[in-house]
Design a protein around this ligand. Structure first.
Ligand code: SAM
Length: 233
């Protein structure tokens, strides 16, 4: 997949930004030879399953001008770094509980001269109770982090009232959504849209755009590990 292929697939991206995405993919694959950043080892496969897949979450409606994005459980920077490249006007916080991958991201964003990225080493449950992060983001993204009931409890406290949580899911999204009705109700959140798509490699994906309609009750998120042990279903 070349920069031109990316531009053809996604009308919203310029050739210059597509070239930066290719550079980021090259950096991830190079580093992946010496540390475990992603299970995908092949450059072209990573272009589709990491870069292309990350771009699918983008929809202008949910990413306002000059807004703030949080990518929760960013890992090797997916989809967060991709969104930061796509939207230099937006401030992007990349959060993960594991420091090792964040050090790589920090080096990579400096190499690519991305000035709109902040890297934060924290568990979601700890950061979400800090005033600087709570109710602070227009949109929170999370790909392949936890099941929807768990990740909703972690992500929604970060979202501003009226903002969105974009959960990137695989083929089981409908079932997960069914299991998330209680937590979404408790969090004053509702599904705004579901985008279903197929990657060029054939895998099914679903993106759930969840709107935060009211202030998150102060008891959420529960203390670290609690949502995973006892998800609200
Ligand atoms: N989003 C990336 C992607 O799609 O390639 C990484 C996915 S990886 C399977 C899940 C990531 O979530 C890991 O990097 C892990 O450290 C992070 N994570 C898990 N629990 C977390 C928590 N409580 N707070 C913050 N990050 C967490």
């Amino acid at each position: 997949m070349t920069a031109q292929d990316i531009v053809k697939s996604f009308a919203f991206i310029s050739l210059e930004r597509a070239e930066l995405l290719i550079k980021y993919n090259d950096l991830v694959m190079e580093k992946n030879k010496v540390m475990n950043l992603t299970g995908i080892k092949d450059l072209q496969e990573s272009m589709i399953k990491n870069i292309y897949d990350s771009l699918t979450v983008y929809d202008k409606k949910y990413f306002p001008e000059q807004g703030r994005i949080l990518d929760l459980g960013t890992g090797a920077g997916f989809p967060g770094v991709v969104l930061a490249i796509l939207r230099p006007d937006m401030q992007v916080v990349l959060m993960d509980a594991i420091r090792k991958k964040l050090s790589f991201i920090q080096e990579a964003v400096e190499l690519l001269c991305l000035r709109n990225v902040e890297v934060v080493h924290s568990r979601a449950e700890d950061a979400a109770i800090q005033p600087v992060y709570r109710d602070a983001f227009d949109v929170v993204t999370a790909r392949a982090v936890k099941s929807l009931p768990v990740i909703s409890e972690w992500a929604l406290p970060f979202v501003k009232k009226g903002g969105f949580f974009a959960a990137m899911k695989g083929p089981g999204a409908e079932t997960e959504l069914g299991e998330s009705q209680s937590i979404l109700h408790c969090m004053h959140a509702s599904v705004d849209a579901v985008k279903e798509l197929t990657l060029p490699s054939g895998e099914q994906r679903a993106i759930l755009y969840i709107k935060k309609n009211g202030v998150t009750p102060t008891r959420f998120p529960r203390k670290a590990g609690e949502a995973e042990r006892h998800p609200i279903k």
